[in-house]
Ligand binder design. Structure first.
Ligand code: ARG
Length: 465
């Protein structure tokens, strides 16, 4: 059966004989944004009603009728039978309005001991617990994809860069593990934030709790929270969990943005380290030859938006007097946008990188010619007992000699030229300076040697399991 929406009545009619109309009412309404909390709102109301029944604040029959109707409403919204009324003030008013339209006084009794202030704090926390859990899953999935690629490329040589200048020889697997290591911390941050979301504001009321014999421990447990919040005023006034999550989103998005900068550089004709799949590229409306890394650029660009949302929330909260102020209604749009952005970008980045082809020949070729082996030449001398600063100088002079001779690597110099700079150089230097030897020598914890990269992969795999 199709239900008509009740003509939305504001919850605060009574004291105020007039209500803002048209534009003004719509301006202060939040249904457009908080409608996504509808199932959390219903879940919270069910727990509240059950508790009211258990405590004898509602009679058992009323509580049962309310619970059944709340379930109906949830089902009808899911099936599309009941549409959320865009003319309602917010999702809380909407649900209570439907209950009242259908059940009369039973509907009017649901809000005993509750305020929309604790209700919205509850709904948001319930929603965030789920979303954060999903985001953690998204991060793990991306880490898993990166690790698969890292395993494939544990021995694929490429230049490592500082200042975007070739620095030392690394492996692609190592570079991918660097990304994955950052994502690991991102997931830990979200997980940690979740522990602070995990307290139940229900029963805080408008700001000071309730004189009715509510059982806050019971509703907290029913809703899967570890405990009720400690202080009612704090529960309705603070949004530090939103700040924290917005920051966590901004950090994750900033990581993705940097990975995407690598990808965009690698995709350039000058580098050609990576070939993005056609399905993960776009063309130009005028230049027929173009294959642009638009996805990487867009993900990179969205880091600005998540940083902006974080600043929005800080600015919103700064200077707000305790306890609830309507300003707080503005918290959701920014936070939801950050969650949606990171969620989408994790999936997009994963799709893009999983389908890309790495041009390992180009990468390996780029390890020759930039004197990436210079540090290794210096370390060769350190191993033979020379103080590092002297070794550094000897290697630097070799680089100069090579450049002056039009050579592209230290290994192209003859042994007598090497000995000219330090008698400690021997014929075994040549083997030590090959890109594979340079990368392979960095076997210490955290290094780029293939066996060490495999160990890092195993560590990260254990983490996401
Ligand atoms: N829509 C409001 C919000 O998101 C719900 C709380 C309203 N409370 C109030 N006292 N006006 O913050």
């Amino acid at each position: 059966m199709k239900h008509d929406n009740p003509k939305s009545e504001v919850l605060w009619a009574g004291r105020l004989r007039e209500k803002p109309d048209g534009d003004a009412f719509a301006f202060q309404a939040s249904i457009n944004v908080d409608r996504r909390l509808v199932f959390e709102d219903i879940e919270g109301s069910r727990a509240h009603v059950a508790m009211l029944g258990d405590q004898g604040i509602l009679d058992g029959k009323t509580a049962a009728v309310l619970d059944a109707e709340l379930l109906n409403i949830a089902r009808e919204i899911r099936s599309g039978e009941l549409a959320i009324d865009e003319g309602a003030e917010d999702v809380h008013s909407f649900i209570e309005g439907v209950l009242t339209a259908r059940l009369g006084d039973a509907g009017r009794s649901v809000h005993a001991g509750r305020s929309r202030n604790d209700q919205v704090a509850l709904d948001t926390r319930l929603y965030l617990k789920r979303r954060v859990h999903e985001l953690c899953g998204g991060i793990d999935a991306l880490i898993a994809t990166l690790l698969d690629l890292a395993e494939l490329h544990a021995e694929s040589l490429m230049p490592g860069y500082t200042h975007l200048q070739r620095a030392q020889c690394v492996t692609l697997g190592f570079h991918l593990c660097a990304w994955a290591s950052a994502l690991r911390r991102d997931r830990l941050r979200f997980q940690d934030a979740r522990s602070r979301i995990d307290e139940c504001p229900l029963g805080a009321g408008a700001l000071a709790g309730s004189g009715l014999p509510l059982d806050r421990e019971k509703t907290a447990a029913m809703l899967g929270f570890s405990a009720p919040s400690l202080n009612a005023m704090d529960s309705v006034a603070d949004r530090d969990f939103a700040l924290e999550l917005a920051a966590d989103c901004a950090i994750t998005q900033t990581h993705l943005s940097r990975f995407c900068e690598d990808v965009a550089i690698w995709a350039s004709e000058e580098f050609k380290f990576i070939d993005l799949a056609e399905a993960w590229s776009t063309g130009s409306s005028i230049m027929p030859q173009k294959k642009n890394p638009d996805f990487a650029e867009l993900i990179r660009g969205k880091a600005g938006r998540t940083a902006g949302n974080m600043v929005t929330l800080f600015t919103l909260l700064k200077g707000l007097p305790y306890a609830y102020n309507k300003d707080l209604q503005e918290d959701k749009e920014a936070l939801f946008d950050s969650l949606d952005t990171v969620d989408a970008c994790l999936r997009m980045f994963r799709g893009m990188i999983a389908s890309a082809r790495f041009n390992t020949k180009r990468m390996a070729a780029a390890t020759i010619g930039g004197f990436l082996e210079a540090t290794d030449a210096a370390e060769y001398l350190v191993r033979k007992g020379l103080p590092f600063r002297k070794a550094h100088e000897a290697a630097a002079l070799l680089v100069r000699d090579a450049i002056a001779g039009g050579l592209d690597s230290i290994a192209r110099l003859g042994l007598d030229e090497l000995k000219n700079r330090s008698p400690l150089f021997d014929g075994d230097l040549y083997a030590a300076l090959s890109p594979a030897a340079c990368a392979g020598a960095r076997r210490l914890t955290g290094g780029t040697a293939p066996e060490e990269v495999r160990r890092q992969i195993a560590c990260l795999r254990k983490f996401i399991r």
